[in-house]
Ligand binder design. Structure first.
Ligand code: PMP
Length: 404
């Protein structure tokens, strides 16, 4: 039986105080906290087998290589990729997106079209704009409605034989909307376009099966799912990764180097130039093990319970407006108090030991759509409790009284 109170014991940071108050951590969409099991993996790596991988004959190097490649297998199994070499270990979602955006430079021509959505994080907008600048391709945007949902009819009309790529996040980090990616993928494939799904916010909350989705590229960051920062993954279908040129040149990614010509290594190494974040990759595997011992299904249903409870309680506060009111949403509550700047609310909450994020959440087009400078964002993880939501609600009421 899942009990958040028991799970919390795995997270040493949750025992600390902030400004003399017990920490209440609701900034999980920015980064999740790290359980002792993952911390132990990091300590074990640096204490016992820290070595560079793939090239060494010595024992430490072989141990590190084995563990790193085992982590790749865990990631492969977790996302249900067909082959381990379809998992490229990167420094995170942003890096993964840039590998694909950079690779498509030689595959697009002027007048080709690429589609993003109005709900994207800047890291799923800017690399495509840069790609358009390099190639003369045209960027089209799937618009959203007031509930924070993408307009699928307009999407249907945007698609044509000119569409080469479609990029959408699975779950919006700013609003929590779960996008209809199954439909988006199917429709894009009908016109022969490839699809990249940004799963940075989805991977901690829902089960992802890249084969069932039939998605071409799927990207994620370990630090959103109880792993360390600076590591993430790019899943790509083998056939596409083979066509895509390498992103960076360097060691590890070559088959043979002469001054006349260099040939590239096979997948996944073609995209893994230089010494990777070895410890981070191994710890990513440990984070996946940890989340799977609880079970993504259990996590999702508990978080939904918390989301419903928090939404109901916060809406009881007069003058509080929630942005992102789709029925298909998870884990994020973005809100404002009428007449009060989100930054001021966040600062008072911090004094009370409550960590939320304020601002545009790297999604300025969404803020422009609602014509607001930003929101206060409380984002939920499975180690949060109803008691913490009560503390948050009390804090917001206090902030409102102090600031009005
Ligand atoms: N996309 C989404 C939806 C995100 O939430 C984030 C992180 N906030 C990113 C991309 C970028 O992830 P990272 O900073 O780990 O590269």
């Amino acid at each position: 039986m899942f009990k958040a109170e028991d799970i919390r014991k795995d997270f040493p940071i949750l025992k600390r105080e902030v400004n003399g108050k017990p920490l209440v951590y609701f900034d999980n969409a920015a980064t999740s906290q790290t359980p002792q099991q993952v911390i132990d993996t990091i300590v074990d790596y640096y204490s016992n087998y820290n070595a560079n991988i793939h090239r060494g004959v010595h024992t430490l190097s072989q141990e590190a290589t084995d563990k790193y490649e085992q982590a790749r297998l865990k990631i492969q199994a977790h996302f249900n990729a067909k082959h381990a070499h379809e998992i490229i270990l990167t420094s995170g979602t942003t890096h993964s997106i840039n590998i694909v955006a950079s690779g498509f430079t030689s595959l697009l021509k002027a007048g080709d079209e690429i589609i993003v959505s109005a709900l994207e994080h800047h890291s799923n907008i800017v690399p495509w704009q840069m790609l358009c600048e390099r190639t003369g391709a045209i960027l089209k945007v799937i618009p959203m409605n007031q509930d924070g949902e993408l307009l699928m009819e307009t999407y249907d009309n945007l698609l044509s034989k000119k569409t080469k790529l479609v990029f959408v996040n699975h779950i919006s980090n700013a609003l929590g909307t779960i996008n209809p990616i199954e439909y988006i993928i199917e429709k894009a494939h009908q016109v022969g376009a490839a699809v990249l799904i940004d799963g940075a916010q989805a991977c901690p909350h829902i089960k992802i099966d890249v084969q069932e989705l039939d998605v071409d590229f799927y990207v994620a960051s370990a630090h959103k799912m109880c792993g360390p920062t600076g590591v993430g993954m790019l899943y790509g279908k083998e056939a596409l990764l083979k066509i895509l040129p390498p992103y960076q040149g360097g060691g590890e990614m070559i088959a043979e180097v002469t001054f006349e010509k260099t040939t590239y290594a096979d997948l996944p190494h073609k995209f893994e130039a230089g010494t990777p974040n070895i410890c981070g990759g191994i710890a990513f595997g440990a984070a996946i093990d940890y989340m799977n011992t609880i079970g993504i299904g259990t996590i999702a249903s508990y978080e939904n319970e918390l989301l419903e409870y928090a939404t109901k309680k916060l809406l009881e506060i007069e003058g509080l407006k929630i942005y992102g009111t789709s029925k298909r949403k998870t884990s994020v509550i973005s809100f404002n108090l009428e007449g009060i700047h989100p930054y001021d609310v966040g600062s008072i909450l911090d004094k009370l030991g409550i960590a939320v994020r304020t601002g545009h959440h790297c999604a300025q087009p969404i803020m422009n759509f609602y014509n607001i400078p930003g929101t206060v964002r409380a984002s939920i993880a499975f180690y949060n409790t109803k008691n913490e939501i009560d503390i948050l609600v009390e804090g917001v009421i206090k902030a409102k009284h102090m600031l009005l």
